[in-house]
Design a protein. Structure first.
Length: 393
């Protein structure tokens, strides 16, 4: 079996794994990024699109923010829409001038891949990690099934950035791993459409028919979502039905219809919350979806993953360059405190904006929360600060 040696083996070429590799490479720490999918798949995988203020700064500081700053859409507010009336939450005014940046996760991934390849740093696609070994010994190793056959990477540390269904979190003994999970009674039907956005800011909408979200990716691309029942399938949703329902839920007197165009992507995603702890076992560290899932209502998924990376990079650097283990020893506890804050906010947004199909009491509580969010400056301020920059803390 072919043998390789590096300091950090990174499993997963999503935003978390690639950003960690970029930060390590700039600091002179060797790493290899291993991704079981092909490059084309990874670069076209449409996911999150809202980047927090502090996370945008982190990308820029890591040398990965040039195109984001040039092409990303900076937003100073969001709309909460219910009872066919729109209410603006002035994010910047309520959060000391901070903004969000709308820039697709796949674009972040493309930028990071380009940087890594330009630097000549190891990045291997179509390379599936089949085993993680030696996590409590002097050296760890990962066994990889790559394009040219099986090989082994021996390393000081392993970063598991390979998602909730990856190999990393299964390497932690079941007797030590605790998994906390909540499944919500609805899913999101998401579309990407070649349609000029009809709004300059994101719209979160609660309608008696269900949730809707109007987002955007560029001046010519709109990203829209509908809350649907968990047993519904794409086959039940024709283009016409999707647009009709979006218009019904999002309509106001000022905007009775939204811009329409060809739907170029569509998917249905179950809504769930997951927290795995601990996020460290020996020489293995979990980051991103390998350790936690949040419902996308709070726009925290990618932001939370990159916030993990910020902590993990500092911990690895201290250990590998100074022999200081304090930060790697506290990594899991440090991250989990922030993870639970993000889970709370995401749960708050999700429960407030998705009407219950069976429980009128819950619907009354939701409407009370919405009215408070748009009429109380204190409630609006908490929402705005959590939305804009929760992961900087």
């Amino acid at each position: 079996m072919r043998e390789l040696r590096t300091q950090v083996a990174i499993i997963g070429a999503g935003p978390a794994g690639l950003l960690l590799g970029q930060m390590l490479q700039r600091d002179g720490i060797e790493s290899i990024v291993l991704e079981r999918r092909g490059r084309e798949y990874v670069e076209k995988r449409v996911r999150a699109g809202v980047i927090e203020y502090g996370i945008a700064n982190l990308l820029e500081e890591a040398g990965a923010g040039e195109r984001m700053r040039r092409e990303g859409l900076e937003h100073h507010g969001v709309e909460l829409r219910f009872n066919n009336v729109s209410h603006r939450i002035a994010l910047s005014e309520l959060s000391e001038g901070k903004t969000i940046t709308v820039y697709g996760q796949q674009e972040v991934v493309k930028d990071l891949i380009d940087l890594r390849l330009a630097a000549g740093a190891p990045l291997q696609f179509d390379s599936e990690v089949t085993a993680i070994e030696g996590l409590q010994s002097q050296r760890a190793s990962v066994v990889v099934n790559g394009v040219e056959g099986e090989f082994r990477v021996t390393c000081d540390f392993v970063a598991g950035c390979d998602g909730s269904f990856g190999v990393a979190n299964t390497a932690i003994p079941k007797s030590l791993l605790r998994r906390h999970e909540r499944t919500y009674p609805f899913s999101w039907l998401g579309i990407l459409a070649e349609a000029a956005p009809a709004t300059d800011e994101l719209i979160y909408c609660r309608h008696e028919n269900g949730f809707a979200l109007y987002s955007l990716r560029s001046p010519t691309l709109s990203r829209l979502y509908l809350g649907v029942r968990p047993d519904e399938t794409l086959e039940q949703w024709s283009d016409g039905r999707i647009w009709d329902e979006l218009n019904t839920r999002l309509a106001t007197e000022e905007m009775p219809e939204i811009s329409q165009g060809p739907i170029i992507e569509r998917s249905i995603t179950a809504m769930r919350s997951v927290v795995v702890e601990p996020m460290r076992f020996g020489r293995l560290f979990l980051a991103g979806d390998a350790a936690h899932i949040v419902p996308p209502t709070g726009a925290k998924g990618m932001n939370l993953a990159l916030a993990d990376v910020r902590v993990l990079f500092q911990a690895l650097r201290a250990q590998l360059t100074e022999g200081d283990s304090q930060l790697i020893d506290s990594y899991s506890a440090t991250c989990l405190e922030r993870v639970w804050r993000a889970e709370e906010f995401s749960n708050y947004m999700t429960q407030m904006l998705h009407p219950s199909y069976e429980d009128d009491f819950e619907n009354g509580v939701q409407m009370a929360r919405l009215r408070q969010a748009v009429t109380s400056k204190e409630a609006s301020t908490v929402l705005a600060r959590n939305y804009v920059d929760l992961n900087s803390a």
